[in-house]
Design a protein around this ligand. Structure first.
Ligand code: NAG
Ligand code: NAG
Length: 587
């Protein structure tokens, strides 16, 4: 799988590029790794697959490597920094996914080169030289960010209908419409990230170190992004990951300041359908199944709901005693088993998609896209395109990684919400959003924990009212803000969702400079795209000028909803079936 097939011609070209474009570059041809005198120096190593030799270039202190200097789609350029002697970045250009911008893929080799973290980087479609930088990660634990990339917010979507010669379809609503974004497969063992000697990462705190290293080196090496606002986004288990990753970055920044090193301009944390505070999870699930928080009527049987209601207080109490007040792994595990048994079994038995209760559970992880993504990623052509050197097959979600985290009870062990509170107190903005049709990490659980959250803005937050946010006059969800904390629901959307279209941002109410929520439901562009590709409406989660007749059929077929006079309000949901847009406003 290795294809570091560099000829010396290439390195010569590389050297020539540096020399011709910038007088500040000093290039030393060949000679293996050079020693670095100044701690600001960067090394470039271009390895020849034919000869195995490296040619090395050095950027002298303070000079920057611009991504534009990386022009090969075949070979990785290796960049190392004396500040992170145990880490290298290997990066190459690629024609993957978005032909309208520069796209790069590569590995960050961390921990003395034994762990390799794979990333995809897309320049912003708007103004890469000015736009913010974003990171997206999927949850699991163990799921590849390729899922979010190819199913939700990335520059292209997996082609489900064999329409595209290249396996993907351009997504005009990708987040890189306005941001430079990288998708990171983390921890090792996820997606194309791997370890040489079977090392694993099994806790979020441990994962945070590698993520911090990755981000530091990214900003260190590509100085064009130096000081640029950074936003950490993700979903699901990201509700646990991101607050801890952000805290690691914040705390490391403090150390960097002391040591006179550059800091990372972390601005916000954005979590979609996350799991953060475990104490409200089951109460929320009960509401989704047996209340009217998601659908107009509960869908679970009365018998099941009554039994669940009886079990809920006991589950909550046990959780408080065994997992929260003091953590005991055996008792906490027994609690989780009890809660799952009593409160989750009926949902799994219902055949509904646990990530979108309005849909049936079809396919791997309830989405046919997951298998399609896996097949696509495992094509030799795709691997070559990406430069994937990972020994094993790609899987959307790694059961080994998830088992590792489960063995440490990572989800239950530490109060992640306290990290959120600490971040808020230190000026980091937090957006928690959730689609209302998700059961797994549902919106009610998120609403409840935000109300409990102990921070200086607690009172303001709880006094603030949820208000509707609309698109073209149609309710798209609810939203509220207090200080730096925002909470939004997206009506009728599931766990996986797209957040799209950043054009024509509406005027925001005063004081809410950070996030603007908008849907694009009645978006003819998007709609026509869907319709032309022949995707069912439920796939596109959208409608517009689709003939009413077809719409109704699609709705019935894909959502298992009977159309009748009383279901009119439900139909009205569909136009808002979609997306919130956290638009990042530069300070
Ligand atoms: C893949 O093909 C589709 C359909 O022809 C096209 O729109 C898209 O830009 C292509 N993607 C890449 C990365 O070339
Ligand atoms: C893909 O590449 C591997 C390794 O080079 C090779 O063994 C395999 O036969 C290839 N598969 C296809 C379908 O070409």
């Amino acid at each position: 799988m290795r294809f570091l097939r560099v000829s010396f011609l290439y390195s010569a070209l590389l050297a020539a590029t540096f020399l011709s474009t910038a007088r500040e570059f000093t290039v030393q041809d060949e000679g293996g790794f050079v020693s670095v005198g100044d701690s600001d120096d960067l090394l470039f190593n271009v390895q020849s697959a034919e000869t195995g030799r490296y040619s090395t270039s050095t950027l002298l202190g303070g000079e920057s490597l611009h991504l534009n200097h990386i022009s090969s789609t075949n070979d990785f350029v290796t960049v190392s920094s004396a500040r992170f002697p145990n880490h290298n970045v290997r990066i190459k250009k690629t024609d993957f996914c978005d032909p309208t911008v520069n796209v790069y893929t590569g590995y960050l080799d961390v921990d003395a080169g034994a762990k390799h973290m794979f990333f995809y980087f897309f320049e912003s479609r708007r103004n890469p030289a000015e736009d913010d930088v974003m990171m997206w990660i999927n949850g699991g634990p163990g799921c590849s960010s390729a899922m979010g990339l190819l199913m939700e917010l990335g520059p292209c979507s997996i082609d489900m209908e064999n329409q595209s010669p290249n396996g993907t379809i351009y997504n005009p609503y990708s987040w890189n419409e306005v941001a430079n974004i990288f998708f990171l497969d983390q921890p090792v063992g996820v997606g194309f990230s791997y370890a040489d000697f079977g090392e694993t990462v099994e806790t979020t705190e441990e994962a945070a170190k590698n993520v911090h290293a990755f981000i530091s080196i990214f900003f260190e090496v590509f100085k064009q992004f130096k000081g640029r606002p950074l936003h950490l986004s993700g979903e699901s288990y990201g509700g646990r990951y991101l607050p801890i990753f952000a805290s690691e970055i914040h705390d490391e920044n403090a150390i960097a300041v002391k040591e006179g090193r550059p800091t990372i301009n972390l601005q916000s944390v954005i979590i979609g359908n996350g799991i953060t505070d475990i104490s409200t999870l089951y109460a929320g699930r009960f509401e989704i199944e047996c209340g009217v928080s998601a659908l107009e009527k509960p869908f679970q049987s009365i018998k099941a709901c009554v039994r669940m209601k009886m079990a809920l207080p006991r589950c909550q109490q046990m959780m408080q005693d065994n997992c929260i007040d003091s953590f005991d792994s055996i008792d906490c595990q027994a609690t989780v088993n009890f809660c799952d048994n009593e409160l989750s079994t009926n949902m799994w038995a219902s055949g509904r998609n646990v990530y979108d209760i309005s849909k049936p559970c079809v396919g791997d992880l309830c989405y046919l896209e997951n298998t399609a993504i896996m097949d696509y990623m495992n094509l030799n052509t795709t691997r070559k395109l990406l430069g994937a050197e990972t020994p094993g097959e790609f899987s959307s979600c790694s059961s080994a990684v998830s088992a590792g985290f489960a063995a440490h009870m990572d989800k239950w062990r530490s109060p992640t919400q306290d990290y959120v509170a600490q971040l808020l107190e230190r000026g980091i903005r937090v957006l928690i959003y959730a689609g209302t049709y998700d059961w797994q990490c549902n919106w009610v659980a998120n609403k409840l924990w935000l109300e409990k959250l102990e921070w200086s803005g607690k009172q303001d937050y709880n006094l603030a009212q949820l208000s509707d946010w609309t698109v073209d006059g149609i309710k798209a969800g609810e939203v509220k803000h207090a200080g730096l904390l925002s909470f939004a629901t997206i009506r009728g959307a599931g766990h996986m969702m797209s957040l799209r279209d950043f054009d024509d941002i509406e005027q925001e109410p005063d004081g809410i400079r950070s996030f603007v929520f908008r849907s694009l439901m009645i978006n003819r562009k998007r709609h026509s795209l869907c319709w032309r590709t022949g995707w069912p409406i439920s796939h596109c989660d959208l409608m517009g000028d689709v003939p009413d007749q077809i719409l109704r059929q699609e709705n019935m077929e894909h959502r298992g909803i009977t159309i009748g006079p009383s279901s009119q309000p439900l139909l009205n949901l569909f136009p808002t079936q979609a997306w919130a847009c956290p638009v990042i406003v530069l300070p």
